[in-house]
Write a protein that binds this ligand. Structure first.
Ligand code: CTP
Length: 142
């Protein structure tokens, strides 16, 4: 079983670490692939580069034992490119995405997932912590 998740994972925090643990808990003995957004894509998408560079974010993720492989998200907004390259059995993401349109964000739909035999799974989100919250606290506290 190969499972895939994508993200920026800027500013390491406990929410990310628990998310990776959950991946291995819900999919025991699976191979966990993380598609990491490039600095160029984040800048294009969010208007500014992440606080931590691709190399720094990759370095941090390399030290998380539950991750088996880190690959660059080469398709940018179109996640299908990297997903087809990796051929996972499931794409996993945190439940915060239930409130937003994850398929639209990733540029795939239920038909494409079904044709490629890929399940889409939402895992519980850990606590109220996020990169956005950390950045806003840092801005307030100087
Ligand atoms: N995630 C989680 N629990 C948290 C924060 C993030 O499970 N407390 C998960 C997200 O659902 C996603 C992955 O971690 O599957 C990477 O999310 P990312 O968007 O990089 O992290 P956030 O901290 O939520 O970043 P941002 O505030 O920029 O959205």
């Amino acid at each position: 079983m190969k499972i895939y998740t994508g993200g920026t994972f800027d500013v390491p925090h406990i929410g990310h670490a628990i998310f990776f643990e959950e991946c291995k808990f819900y999919f025991p003995n699976s191979q966990l692939i993380v598609a990491l957004n490039t600095d160029e894509f984040v800048e294009e998408f969010k208007g500014k580069r992440p606080l931590f560079s691709y190399a720094e974010r990759k370095d941090y993720l390399n030290n998380i034992l539950s991750i088996d492989e880190i690959v660059p998200n080469i398709g940018g907004a179109d996640s299908k490119v990297t997903i087809l390259q990796q051929k996972p059995n499931a794409v996993v993401i945190g439940m915060d995405w239930l409130e937003k349109d994850y398929c639209q964000q990733m540029k795939f739909d239920a038909k494409w997932l079904s044709e490629n035999k890929i399940a889409l799974c939402y895992l519980p989100r850990y606590a109220d912590i996020s990169t956005t919250l950390i950045k806003s606290r840092m801005n307030k506290n100087g």
